[in-house]
Design a protein around this ligand. Structure first.
Ligand code: B3K
Ligand code: ZN
Length: 911
């Protein structure tokens, strides 16, 4: 049990099992804001009603950082008391229905936590999820209390010409009366009931791009993207992405836009990516602003996903919301699944879809699998938390999306092999049952199953739901046995799942495994399961439910190569003792692009692990073998594979992913081995890289589509490899050409790729290139973030990165208070540059502890994210482990930590 304490007293652990419905409902909320950076006045008039389903009790309203001036019940002064941060009212009118008026003030300009109401660049913004509304007014700040909102904003017209809130604008104009000179107002009415976390307001000097659209049902809607003056030329892609999202949700799920007006507003001070406030999404500028001069292909594709994600929340999250925050994945896992499907459906061909799937799985493996194996591991539906903001995790989001994806897979039928129709039917039932309600993950799973009564999901639902309750990544072990006499092949499977905090014994999961068999010469084999009448095709879904089970295939003429977990049908670790030859067969021939890529990753991983072991005892052959290098040459030169896929195959597994395969981690050794492998590929394939660069370097007028983005990615990779080989050969031709390309580039993707090729090749031209880049883009915040991130994430050759990072923090453009800028330097170093962060002298960890403490006094949410950089310290080899332990101890020793950081650090230190 964690013993935590904050300034207000002992910290409470919130438990899912303790959920109780609210004692009161709030039907209407009428808010009036007099916006002032130093002292904003908030008048909150609500109508409340006692919840007849729970025993009579007093009303306890949440509030934080508020100055309370007045409380009236039905217009009369009322007695109240404070219990910790809560405002408690007793002796309320006997009939249980009353009006409550609360007048408070707050100081937005002093709010550096960027939650509640805050000021950024002289404009006002809000962020209420999860519990920020209580920093604006006293309220039942919980997602199951849904109310109708009317909001009036009043402010100086010159400083704040644009006044926005959720819903429809019903009145606006100048304010009359003494003291109101130069002031104006706007009143907004939201036609939909919503929980407080979806409330938003924005006020400031903003301009907007507008688009009118007509939905399938013939309704007209106004779409708006608001940005600072000067950024209008970077709004086209966000608007296109929004329009595509509206069309897609209607086409794929029959879910139309339910608002007359849908607004997106960008701010450069934002804790995360974006927020789905009803009708008024607020975004980090990083996920809105793009033009070809400032944004890379990755930025374009992230914007498309995030705009889609927030828009899709309008149904999955806003129309149906969460009963409590333990159900967060109800909206987040489902909405990530929907944004992944959206991006895939926008891809022109099957290969681009496969690329997207591989990219998503890469994120899962490099971020979620480590989380599931570390001190912060938690189920997709957690059982307890101290600070809910710590649970906006890759488990809730990405693993949650995999759980939803498995449901789609498990409702597949012969007419609907992907399960898309069955899943869409389930969604329809989910909305029919629960529209307008605050519900649970169980309600969602039940609806999908009930709409598909003959499916595997319906049959296995109670067991399937272990994916919600059990943390940890299951390990699926498979072995194959070929019986030549019987012409049969048997695959034996067994599953297990390591203990996670608070959970030692796990029950078997439902694991959908799509698999196929490939002959040694690479042909897809027809599969006939023993005792079945006929072959079932060359790819088949098997649903594992037992601790161990086997499948036998008959009429198999030679020992096949099994291609298991095609398309990554379940978020598990798969062990199969493939020979190198088998993996080379799959890499060259597997009809499933995911497993083709996976075979290459397994080969590279194997070499990396051998090399790490060999460099430990300084014996044995190391590096990539010839067969692997030849296979990579074939992929690179392949006549029909597309460029994006080639780039993924030729990218070695990340240092983090390699680390996860080892029991004891020496980050320096992993870095050295991976760099050596990269250099080996650079030299061995030098001519092929030259060919690849020449063949993919020119892509005509810039378009951010998947095909041309893939070509740019491969050209960028080729350049990086050519610069690396040049360093080893002391050749200056390619660095010179790269510098020229950097200078002449017609888009940010090519420019940034050329710059990072010079940087990662450790070439002297990187220095003038960085200086030029800075002076060219000194007025572009998001490009400066890239400039900072590239340097903090640079390859360490002799320990120069940490001093460079300290210098970057002293740069006039560095601002610790701006989360994007803080992330671009500190997170790029601590979270994304393991070779430079894990120093034998422990100085990287010292830097980390200083920054966690410093950030915590400014913005606890950002600090708590940074605190997670040392989650896996127990796996580190000495001297790293002790140094990391000391650094965590230094943070833990502070008495003034936020709950956010305290929870992460206490978990890291727990046994
Ligand atoms: N729902 C928000 C995240 C809120 C995070 C609060 N700490 C963005 C999203 O997932 O769409
Ligand atoms: Zn979301």
């Amino acid at each position: 049990m964690l013993q935590l304490r904050d300034a207000e007293g002992p910290t409470t652990v919130i438990r899912r099992a303790d959920y109780a419905a609210p004692a009161y409902w709030i039907d209407t909320v009428n808010l009036t804001f007099d916006l002032d950076p130093l002292k904003t006045r908030v008048l909150n008039k609500m109508t409340l009603r006692r919840n007849p389903d729970v025993a009579a009790q007093c009303l306890k309203l949440d509030g934080e950082e508020l100055n309370l001036a007045r409380v009236l019940v039905n217009g009369q002064g009322a007695s109240f008391k404070m219990e910790g941060k809560q405002l408690v009212l007793d002796n309320l009118p006997a009939d249980g229905t009353f009006e409550l008026e609360i007048f408070t003030t707050c100081a937005p300009v002093k709010n550096t936590s960027l939650t509640g109401l805050y000021v950024s660049n002289d404009s006002f913004f809000t962020q209420c999820e999860a519990e920020g509304f209580r920093r604006i007014t006293y309220f039942l700040d919980r997602p199951d209390v849904m109310a109708s909102y009317t909001v009036t904003l009043r402010a100086d017209k010159r400083k704040y010409p644009v006044l926005l809130s959720n819903g429809n604008l019903v009145a606006s104009g100048a304010l009359a009366g003494v003291g109101n000179e130069g002031r104006h107002f706007a009143t907004w009415v939201d036609p939909h009931k919503k929980p407080s976390y979806l409330f938003a307001l924005v006020a400031g000097q903003l301009v907007c791009r507008e688009q009118r659209i007509t939905s399938r049902g013939g309704k007209d809607h106004l779409l708006q993207v608001y940005v600072r003056p000067g950024d209008m030329d970077k709004t086209e892609h966000a608007m296109n992405s929004l329009m595509a999202s509206v069309v897609w949700d209607e086409a794929r799920f029959g879910l139309p836009l339910d608002l007359e007006r849908f607004m997106i507003v960008a701010t450069s001070d934002f804790n995360m990516g974006a927020m789905e406030n009803k009708g008024l999404n607020i975004f980090n500028t990083k996920y809105v602003l793009a033009n070809q001069a400032t944004a890379t292909d990755a930025d374009y594709s992230n914007i498309e996903s995030v705009v889609g994600h927030e828009y899709f929340h309008n149904w999955t999250g806003n129309r149906i919301t969460c009963r409590d925050w333990f159900q967060l994945s109800l909206k987040e896992g489902l909405t990530v699944f929907r944004d992944q499907e959206f991006s895939m459906d926008l891809c022109a061909d099957a290969s681009a879809r496969a690329v997207k799937r591989i990219e998503d799985v890469r994120v899962l493996r490099t971020a979620q699998f480590p989380e599931d194996a570390g001190p912060m591991a938690h189920p997709v539906r957690p059982d307890s938390y101290i600070e809910i903001n710590n649970f906006y995790t890759v488990t809730i989001y990405e693993k949650g999306a995999e759980v939803v994806r498995m449901m789609q897979t498990l409702v597949a039928s012969s007419n609907d092999p992907m399960g898309r129709e069955g899943f869409a039917k389930g969604m329809t039932l989910y909305f029919a049952r629960h529209d307008g309600q605050a519900v649970t993950c169980d309600d969602f799973a039940q609806a999908i199953a009930d709409a598909n009564p003959d499916s595997a999901l319906a049959r296995l639902l109670p067991q399937f739901k272990r994916w919600y309750s059990q943390a940890g990544t299951p390990r699926l072990q498979a072995t194959g046995h070929y019986d030549a006499a019987a012409r049969s092949y048997t695959l034996n499977f067994s599953q297990s799942c390591a203990a996670t905090p608070g959970q030692s014994d796990k029950e078997p999961f439902v694991i959908p495994v799509n698999l196929g068999l490939v002959s040694a010469s690479g042909a897809a084999l027809l599969m006939q399961v023993q005792d079945s009448a006929a072959p079932s095709g060359d790819s088949h879904l098997f649903v594992m439910t037992q601790a161990s089970e086997s499948i036998t295939f008959v009429n198999i003429d030679e020992e096949p190569v099994p291609s298991i977990l095609r398309g990554f049908t379940a978020p598990v670790l798969l062990d199969f003792d493939y020979s190198d030859t088998q993996l080379l067969t799959l890499l060259a021939n597997d009809p499933d692009p995911f497993n083709r890529w996976e075979a290459g990753q397994r080969l590279a991983l194997r070499s990396a692990i051998h090399s790490i072991a060999a460099s430990a005892d300084t014996t044995g052959a190391t590096g990539l073998n010839d067969a692997y290098i030849e296979a990579m040459r074939s992929v690179l030169r392949h006549p029909t594979l597309d460029a994006a896929f080639k780039e993924l195959v030729l990218t070695l597994p990340s240092e983090t992913y390699i680390a996860e395969q080892l029991d004891v981690v020496d980050p320096q050794r992993i870095h050295a081995v991976r760099e050596a492998m990269r250099a080996q590929l650079a030299t061995a394939l030098a001519e092929d890289w030259q060919w690849a660069f020449e063949a993919h370097k020119d892509n005509g007028a810039y378009r951010p589509d998947a095909l041309s983005a893939g070509r740019r990615a491969l050209a960028g990779m080729a350049l990086s490899q050519l610069c690396l080989a040049a360093r080893d050969n002391a050749d200056s031709v390619w660095p010179g050409k790269t510098y020229q390309r950097f200078k002449d580039a017609g888009n940010m993707t090519d420019r940034a790729n050329a710059l990072s090729a010079l940087l990662s090749g450790g070439h002297a031209l990187a220095t003038p290139a960085l200086a030029r880049f800075h002076s060219q883009f000194k007025n572009e915040e998001l490009v400066l973030d890239k400039w900072f991130a590239m340097q903090a994430g640079a390859c360490d050759r002799g320990g120069q990165v940490l001093p460079a990072v300290r210098q970057l923090m002293a740069h006039p453009d560095f601002q610790l208070r701006n989360p994007n800028r803080a992330r671009s330097v500190i997170f790029s170093y601590c979270n994304a540059n393991p070779g430079a962060f894990h120093r034998t002298d422990g100085a990287g960890y010292q830097f980390w502890s200083e920054r966690v403490i410093e950030l915590d006094s400014i913005n606890p949410q950002v600090a708590a994210r940074l605190a997670r950089a040392l989650d896996r310290w127990k796996k580190l080899a000495e001297p790293y482990r002790s140094a990391a332990r000391d650094a965590i101890g230094r943070v833990a020793g502070r008495s003034d930590l936020s709950n956010d950081v305290r929870e992460v650090i206490s978990r890291a230190l727990a046994d």
